[in-house]
Design a protein around this ligand. Structure first.
Ligand code: DAH
Length: 344
């Protein structure tokens, strides 16, 4: 039998060749066992070290250790090669297949309608104003000439916020509520600047309504306010007509019906008529409230009602979007179902 030292190199070479050729992880583990496992051929060689003389042992030990390290390195390398191979697709890649498309988001239909309305008003010199959704009673009601016993202020109609410390509301510690309309922003803007004013205010409002096909506890409004010298109902009508024709088509007609709002005098409701309304089997559809700003409101914000005149209006966005897109249930707007949203 050849000397132990002479056997190291050929055994190592044979082991290396088998490790490198292992076709899959299972075969590799088997090869490993056959060579460097407890009963492996290379392990057997190491076990024979003890039979060598004192002089031979150190050199042989060194050689065997170096060879074993080489085998372990080869094992690790083959293992990662096989892992990589397993991770690659079995079939060749078909580069002619269509790519995976990323779904593109788009603007919510309510946002689209709001932006269209804003675009129309910008053409005639209006700017967008904003205000808080958590309001106080003063801006939402009192300053708008809406007395304490007005039904709009009923707890059944409005979301009041509880005082966290249980304290009673006072002038410095006002009763807060979720705004019931965007009209509160009229007050905030007029208090913050002198006339003239030409604003529109898109925003979310809240009412204690049960949700059904035409009601939802939150919805969107657009408020308009125009204050200058010698402003008339004629200006109001002309403006509303211009915007509604832009929004709902040239053939759209509008009419004013006398109504009551505490912050305008005279007050009107606006109805409109077009092919969409006819399709619903109706002649006119109510769309907005409006009127000439009440002198008491001007006094509340420090504008002289003898000098300044103005008009205001407010309408719901959902109504217009429902008509425009033929949507029959207001709740669809808030469900965020992409199958619904991507149609617009
Ligand atoms: N705030 C009213 C509502 O929510 C709408 C409205 C009516 C606004 C008349 C106005 C207005 O500015 O003058 O129903």
């Amino acid at each position: 039998m050849a000397g132990l030292i002479d056997q190291i190199e050929p055994l190592k070479q044979a082991a290396l060749a088998e490790l490198k050729a292992a076709p899959d992880p299972a075969a590799l583990e088997q090869t490993k066992g056959a060579w460097i496992g407890p009963n492996g051929k290379f392990t057997a060689l190491m076990k024979q070290l003890g039979t060598l003389s004192k002089e031979e042992k150190p050199a042989a030990g060194k050689l065997i250790n170096a060879a074993k390290m080489e085998l372990e390195a080869a094992l690790a390398e083959r293992r990662s090669e096989l892992d990589l191979k397993a991770a690659l697709p079995k079939e060749p890649t078909d580069f002619t297949l269509p790519g995976r498309r990323r779904a593109l988001g788009k603007l919510h239909p309510l946002t689209q309608v709001t932006e269209d309305i804003i675009r129309s008003f910008r053409k005639i010199g209006f700017v967008v104003a904003d205000g808080p959704e958590i309001e106080d009673e003063y801006h939402c009601f009192d300053a708008l000439n809406t007395p304490a016993d007005h039904p709009a202020r009923d707890t059944q109609d409005t979301f009041y916020l509880a005082k966290p410390d249980g304290s009673q509301p006072s002038t410095l510690n006002p009763q807060l509520l979720l705004r019931t309309h965007t009209s509160s922003v009229q007050i905030r803007v007029m208090k913050s600047q002198p006339p003239p004013v030409r604003i529109i205010v898109p925003g979310r409002v809240y009412r204690r309504d049960n949700a059904d096909a035409t009601h939802n506890p939150t919805f969107q409004q657009i408020e308009g306010l125009y204050v200058d010298k010698n402003v008339t109902v004629g200006d109001l009508k002309g403006t509303v007509e211009f915007v509604f024709k832009e929004l709902l088509g040239e053939e759209t007609k509008i009419r004013f019906r006398p109504h009551y709002f505490s912050y305008t005098e005279p007050s009107f409701e606006i109805d409109f008529q077009n092919a969409l309304v006819k399709k619903l089997g109706k002649d006119w559809l109510e769309i907005a409230g409006c009127g000439m700003v009440h002198p008491a409101v001007f006094e509340n914000v420090g504008y002289d009602p003898e000098v300044w005149t103005g008009w205001a209006f407010g309408f719901g966005i959902e109504r217009i979007a429902m008509l425009r897109y033929g949507i029959n249930d207001i709740r669809l707007f808030y469900e965020n179902d992409v199958r619904f949203l991507k149609q617009f």
